[in-house]
Write a protein that binds this ligand. Structure first.
Ligand code: ZN
Length: 247
């Protein structure tokens, strides 16, 4: 999970959101509660939150990734619109822009109607997740300290620890290790350069190897928090960065 910035509210939501909510509230008043509205009628009343304009802007703000597990839709199903405060408990939040987040199918299903007001979890649009999670191998763990309870609950609510995400993390880990090995070789070649021409050429190769591995940790890359965590602990990467900045 990485920090995301919310984009301005889509025009369709600004212009129609009030009307959509009034219609939903009228049905709640008519039937007695959100859950008592006949399913088909309820679906047609709430379906507007999935408007393509809303989906497009949410997807843009999350670099096309799930806001929680950072998968691309190809790995986690198509990107859905998730209600941070569940609409079944807080129907007044159904069309509230700040309550809509892009999520993959598995994360959305796993969270279901978890009550985020009673049992808070991390919202990456409001809080920087950097101090909340760490990775050990292909596992995500809650960092100890003040944020531990929220971190642990967030992992549980979205099922961020399990075979669904171990597999893609393992594949990326193999790539990261391969790129780290390329950096190690480039670093060794640079140390052994005995002419200025060789030094210049080998330094360029080392910089290219660094750029390649860093591209996996960019915000638009899938599972970028996992990749960034790997880099922060990768001795050969840290050493190579020092060498490049000293030249
Ligand atoms: Zn997800």
């Amino acid at each position: 999970m990485i920090k995301l910035d919310r984009l301005p509210e889509p025009a369709i939501l600004s212009s129609e959101g009030g009307k959509w909510l009034t219609a939903l509230q009228s049905a709640i008043a008519k039937y007695g509660s959100y859950k008592l509205i006949p399913e088909q009628e309820r679906e047609s009343l709430v379906a507007h939150y999935r408007h393509r304009q809303i989906q497009a802007i949410l997807s843009c703000s999350s670099h096309g990734k799930c806001a929680f597990c950072e998968c691309h839709p190809a790995e986690g199903g198509y990107l859905q619109v998730e209600h941070f405060q569940p609409k079944s408990i807080y129907p007044d939040m159904t069309f509230e822009w700040s309550n809509l987040l892009p999520a993959c199918g598995p994360c959305n299903i796993s969270k279901s109607d978890h009550d985020t007001t009673k049992e808070p979890i991390l919202n990456p649009y409001d809080t920087d997740p950097t101090g909340y999670f760490d990775f050990e191998g292909i596992s995500v763990i809650a960092k100890t300290g003040a944020n531990y309870t929220i971190s642990k609950r967030t992992i549980e609510v979205f099922s961020l620890e399990g075979i669904r995400l171990w597999k893609p993390r393992a594949e990326i880990l193999i790539s990261l290790k391969g790129f780290a090995q390329a950096i190690e070789y480039a670093l060794k070649d640079l140390e052994e350069a005995d002419t200025q021409t060789k030094k210049t050429r080998r330094l360029r190769r080392l910089k290219e190897a660094l750029m390649t591995i860093e591209s996996l940790a960019l915000p638009n890359a899938k599972f970028s928090a996992f990749c960034k965590s790997f880099l922060m602990k990768c001795d050969v990467y840290i050493e190579a960065k020092k060498v490049v900045s000293a030249m």
